[in-house]
Write a protein that binds this ligand. Structure first.
Ligand SMILES: NC(=O)c1ccc[n+]([C@@H]2O[C@H](COP(=O)([O-])OP(=O)(O)OC[C@H]3O[C@@H](n4cnc5c(N)ncnc54)[C@H](O)[C@@H]3O)[C@@H](O)[C@H]2O)c1
Ligand SMILES: O=C(O)[C@H](O)COP(=O)(O)O
Length: 389
């Protein structure tokens, strides 16, 4: 029986995929094979030796000590794209909240005096609306910082709404570049993007490279009246610089999914409680994808959508499977293959890939691996986490 320790509210649609006869899945499991979570912070936790994998139902992995996991041979997964549509729709909502003064207009309507007779009441309605005159999105320019799953979705939706779109993503993957419309203009740097855009939205991961990527220096290049949207993470903008530019009216509105005390009680800031991925559809998608990835890893050793291990998947053939991780140094794989050859074990199929300092191998062999063979592989220098399936 394998066990999965869960944190946060994870959709049942994903959790029910684990067959009850083979998996125990709950929030109190003691020595889990794997952890499944959303935004719960794992940085202060220690992992028992039993933990082989962590699956983030979502995109951001800044709540997981990924480097430490790699050192411990723990494979960390996320679910790329599974919540992108939900975030896209909320960003569009954020743009409309800001451009049409919707929150103030709704509050105004809620507070209308119900004791007025109908003529007076309608006068108040019609008289009030001039306070909330907005502007349209069509014809305006949107800057998208980070053109991955979410950024590309938003860029395409904005183009469909008649906006011009400028994108900035110096580390864009080839796959993401293929998905992106050629109507998205490329900005070579942030100041040039900021200078051209009426709206700017951020969709980068939170890491040491993106910390304060919008800051006092580049925000002073922004076009006056900018609407800035942050549905990435609080850390990607320098909060004091945003507040200063709100004071100077260079930034007209800041729409942010990550409230902090300094941002509260301001008319020019719209705060949401980390709602980007909170739709039933996105929660289902993320949980299902995470559950499938975990099961494929725990049952077959396949790795899909890992953020720290190479991604590799080998269809099961006849025979038995051995997997192992190793430091990405020469002669490890050749050593293991030589050992199999010495033991007269036929390799049916094989995949090996490296990523940074770690490599991972899937070997399908004709004979059932003995404990002696597995121990001999584990005894190789640089090899760890030998498994058989
Ligand atoms: N508000 C929410 O609820 C919510 C929901 C989902 C994701 N997110 C956040 O949004 C982030 C992006 O999600 P995604 O699904 O689009 O991820 P993704 O990996 O598909 O896209 C991220 C993009 O950022 C780019 N990037 C990385 N470093 C960059 C840099 N220094 N400058 C410019 N571009 C850079 C990458 O090349 C990639 O194209 C997540 O990491 C997460 O933090 C928030
Ligand atoms: O990175 C993500 O996918 C989002 O921030 C969603 O986080 P959540 O699963 O806690 O809503």
């Amino acid at each position: 029986m394998r066990s999965i320790r869960t944190y946060n509210a994870i959709s049942q649609k994903g959790l029910v995929l684990f067959p009850e006869a083979q998996y125990k899945v709950d929030s109190v499991v003691g020595e889990p094979d794997a952890i499944m979570l959303r935004s719960h912070n794992l940085h202060q936790e220690t992992f028992t030796d039993s933990v082989k994998a962590i699956a983030r139902c979502g995109a951001g992995v800044n709540n997981i000590p990924v480097e430490e996991c790699t050192k411990q041979g723990i494979v960390v997964f996320n679910t790329p794209g599974a919540n992108a549509n939900a975030v896209k729709e909320l960003v569009l909502g954020g743009m409309l909240l800001a451009s049409r003064n919707l929150l103030d207009a709704a509050s105004f309507s809620q507070l209308l005096d119900t004791n007025l007779e109908s003529g007076e009441f309608n006068k108040k309605v019609e008289g009030g609306k001039k306070k909330f005159v907005g502007s349209e999105l069509a014809g305006k320019t949107l800057g998208v910082i980070g053109l991955g799953a979410i950024g590309a979705n938003i860029a395409h939706a904005a183009l469909a709404l008649g906006m011009k779109v400028v994108g900035y993503d110096p580390v864009l993957s080839v796959e993401a570049a293929w998905r992106l419309s050629s109507d998205v203009e490329r900005a070579d740097n942030l100041p040039s993007l900021l200078a051209r855009c009426d709206y700017v939205t951020l969709h980068v991961p939170a890491n040491e490279h993106t910390k304060n990527m919008l800051n006092a220096e580049n925000l002073e290049q922004a076009k006056r009246g900018l609407v800035l949207l942050n549905f990435a993470r609080g850390s990607v903008v320098e909060e004091a610089a945003v507040l200063a530019e709100l004071e100077s009216d260079r930034i007209a509105k800041y729409v942010c999914d990550f409230p902090s005390p300094a941002l509260m009680d301001r008319d020019d800031v719209i705060l949401l409680p980390h709602l980007g991925a909170s739709t039933g559809e996105a929660e289902d998608n993320c949980a299902e994808m995470a559950a499938r990835q975990l099961m494929d890893f725990l049952e077959n050793g396949n790795i899909q959508n890992s953020v720290n291990f190479p991604n590799l998947r080998l269809e099961r053939s006849e025979g038995y499977r051995i997997t192992f991780a190793n430091d990405n140094v020469p002669a490890v794989l050749s050593g293991v293959l030589a050992l199999l050859s010495e033991m007269n074990i036929n390799v049916i199929d094989m995949l090996n890939k490296s990523r940074g300092e770690v490599a991972y191998t899937i070997l399908d062999v004709a004979d059932q691996p003995t404990d002696e063979l597995l121990a001999a592989i584990e005894a190789f220098e640089h090899v760890s986490h030998v498994n058989t399936f």
